[in-house]
Design a protein around this ligand. Structure first.
Ligand SMILES: Cc1ncc(COP(=O)(O)O)c(C=O)c1O
Length: 386
């Protein structure tokens, strides 16, 4: 499969989870959309754009088990989460409940939003090893109070690459009438999604990770009970060129002039995945990740973050590094020296991540990765950690 990607020959790319490159047919489709735009911007932007976007939303909706009319395009999951944070009414002393596995930028944006309102963030610490869904759900709901206004959880966590039991969490939240916003950029393609059935209030997605669509493509799912309560952070015309009946989506479909080629490339990415076989993709990438996990744990002598099951991790896995690996006190924005050495000396792109006062390494396995990449990583780690 590697020949379908255009990764530089010298790179061993094990970081699809952060930034997922597209295969050639998707790159080609994106280029064609751009050419169409350049051929006649009036035709494209005024007369056709709306239909092109509707068609992509329709195809996406079928894939994620949601109505196209409950989705809006956004550049990425971060933008989606910001729309939710800007819209949620918050009063003094209200609480937003997050887990200790949430993505740094998500924590930061909720920190900013809550402090502006005199509200606060509560963090639920999840079990050290993921093996029992009930224990995870209990750990979250133990922190719920009558001031909890929203639960924010990842579907697949960033630093730890673990899958949260989102179905059980949403079910219990509905019983307690607490809205749930799922931070889901890693889940699309990696995990089966049935958003309408899940019953969450919001679900944010980046399609430039596991789905391998063009960079800067994503969407936000909003349950109908929230659609007319959202407050769009960017205000534009809020209407459609041909005056079709107004919907809540209008506020998000035109945010000023833009190039929608990356969003429209989602169709080609879905076609590519379907052609390969969605289940086949999940199985092959999980098997590679599972083997990598076993070999890394053995070589590094560290303990796993979960039971060995695709219930708890999919195409990406995080393994703790030995305690001897230096843990920086504060985040300087610079990559960890081990991450830097893996790239500089071995050509391996892989994140070395601080989580829970310990350094970890996160391995992403996509269709272009092979056991050779894992062997190269194992060998490089042996050298670097000797
Ligand atoms: C769990 C999680 N949430 C949100 C994001 C942000 O995604 P994006 O940069 O595509 O907005 C990431 C990125 O890695 C992530 O891992």
């Amino acid at each position: 499969m590697k020949s379908l990607w255009t990764l530089a020959p010298k790179v061993t790319y094990l970081n699809h989870g952060s930034f997922g490159p597209s295969p050639l047919p998707v790159q080609q489709a994106q280029r064609e959309w751009m050419q169409k735009l350049e051929a006649n911007p009036m035709e494209f932007l005024v007369r056709d754009r709306e239909t092109f976007i509707d068609n992509t939303l329709q195809q996406l909706g079928e894939f994620v088990g949601a109505r196209a009319t409950d989705l809006v395009p956004v550049r990425n999951a971060t933008v989606g989460m910001n729309i939710v944070a800007n819209s949620l009414p918050l009063a003094e002393n209200d609480e937003i409940l997050l887990t200790d596995h949430e993505y740094g930028a998500v924590q930061r944006l909720w920190q900013k939003r809550t402090s502006a309102a005199g509200a606060k963030i509560t963090i639920a610490s999840l079990p050290a090893v993921f093996e029992d869904a009930n224990a995870i759900v209990d750990a979250i709901f133990e922190r719920v109070t009558d001031r909890t206004k929203l639960i924010v959880i990842s579907h697949v966590t960033s630093s730890t690459a673990l899958v949260l039991p989102v179905e059980q969490i949403c079910k219990r939240a509905r019983m307690q009438k607490i809205p749930v916003c799922i931070d889901g950029p890693h889940a699309i393609a990696m995990r089966p999604l049935r958003l309408q059935q899940l019953g969450c209030d919001f679900y944010t997605v980046s399609c430039h990770k596991w789905l391998s669509a063009g960079f800067g493509s994503g969407f936000l799912y909003v349950h109908p009970r929230w659609q007319h309560k959202l407050d769009p952070p960017i205000v534009s015309w809020g209407g459609t060129p041909y005056g079709r009946p107004r919907t809540w989506q209008d506020e998000y479909l035109w945010l000023g002039t833009d190039d929608p080629a990356s969003f429209l490339s989602i169709s080609a990415a879905l076609d590519f995945l379907h052609e390969y076989g969605v289940e086949q993709f999940r199985k092959e990438t999980h098997d590679l990740a599972s083997g990598a996990r076993r070999q890394l744990l053995e070589q590094l002598g560290t303990a796993p973050l979960s039971e060995d099951s695709n219930h708890w991790y999919g195409s990406m896995v995080t393994v703790p590094l030995p305690e001897t690996v230096d843990v920086p006190d504060t985040w300087t924005g610079k990559p960890h020296p081990l991450q830097e050495n893996l790239w500089q000396k071995h050509g391996i792109e892989i994140p070395v991540i601080k989580w829970n006062h310990r350094m970890h390494i996160r391995v992403s396995c996509h269709l272009y990765n092979t056991q050779d990449d894992i062997d190269h990583l194992l060998h490089a780690l042996k050298t670097e950690l000797a």
